[in-house]
Design a protein around this ligand. Structure first.
Ligand SMILES: Nc1ncnc2c1ncn2[C@@H]1O[C@H](COP(=O)(O)OP(=O)(O)OP(=O)(O)O)[C@@H](O)[C@H]1O
Ligand SMILES: [Mg+2]
Length: 258
């Protein structure tokens, strides 16, 4: 990866979701939505409660299966029918709940369900701790509390453990649903720095948040959804926060002539 931001239109997108539909009974949770994500890009999903944001990303992470549409990864049609399929495409998801085991330390959490094993078949705690030190040094050098249960960590530190887990297992596409919702200002800043670092490393990141201002700061482009439909996708440098707010509220793109 170079550290030059990819120029739109010059490379195959990392992810293309085309004409995605999923209904639950009569509810069109995702209604003909198309988005694309490029390497080294942070793409934001915005919209009111029930807009369809989580449903859309759950289709990409294999938690839900779409009724129709197409997903392409690196230009090729992808079959994602389970979370395991998604991992095969190096898609990792961090849900708001983080899915950390509170009573275990950072290293045990990082390798939870994917433990490193010695040649004799034992869980290799020393190796896992060394690997955890390495990745945390890269992602969050201030993080030193490797031997405490994660219940003793701050929200931001817990978030960095969850992110380290995704990155360690070679995430190329990272999905974060409300990563800063429960965090204070300082912690949110820490997660923002982590996201910047991952972006520099060339990951593509899909971010969901209700905080429009924060999204304008973190994202390269934002997609606004309403009632399952895509209202529009904008580069943050081309729009104001008010433009985005009116897209969220009115479901209309102010830049398109009425
Ligand atoms: N498993 C499900 N079964 C039935 N309906 C669902 C299911 N998941 C989502 N829905 C419905 O689909 C619609 C979209 O929900 P979704 O969770 O994707 O919204 P969201 O944009 O993530 O909202 P929020 O901001 O509240 O997280 C809602 O009407 C919701 O009730
Ligand atoms: Mg949601």
């Amino acid at each position: 990866m170079t550290d030059t931001a990819p120029v739109a239109g010059t490379s195959v997108p990392l992810v293309e979701m085309r004409n995605i539909r999923l209904a639950f009974g009569g509810v069109h949770a995702v209604d003909d939505v198309s988005i694309e994500l490029r390497a080294g890009e942070v793409l934001g999903l915005l919209g009111h409660n029930g807009a369809g944001k989580s449903t859309l990303i759950k289709i990409l992470s294999g938690a839900y299966q779409m009724d129709s549409g197409e997903i392409r990864i690196d230009g090729n049609t992808a079959r994602i029918e389970s979370p395991r399929d998604a991992r095969r495409y190096n898609i990792e998801t961090i849900y708001q709940t983080l899915a950390l085991a509170d009573n275990l330390n950072a290293s045990a959490n990082l390798f939870l369900g994917r433990e490193l094993i010695t040649p004799l078949g034992f869980v290799d705690d020393a190796k896992m701790e060394a690997e955890t030190r390495k990745i945390m040094a890269r992602l969050n050098p201030n993080f030193k509390r490797l031997n405490e249960p994660v219940s003793a960590l701050s929200g931001g530190q817990r978030q960095s453990v969850a992110i380290a887990r995704a990155v360690y297992f070679n995430a190329k596409i990272l999905i974060m649903d409300e990563p800063t919702a429960a965090l204070g200002v300082h912690e949110t800043q820490m997660v923002a720095e982590l996201i910047d670092e991952l972006k520099r490393q060339g990951l593509g990141i899909i971010l969901i948040s209700h905080d429009t201002r924060e999204m304008m700061a973190l994202c390269d482009r934002v997609c606004v959804m309403k009632n399952g439909q895509l209202v529009g996708t904008e580069r943050v440098e081309d729009v104001t926060e008010d433009d985005i707010l009116s897209m969220i509220i009115l479901g209309k793109n102010p830049r398109e002539a009425a």
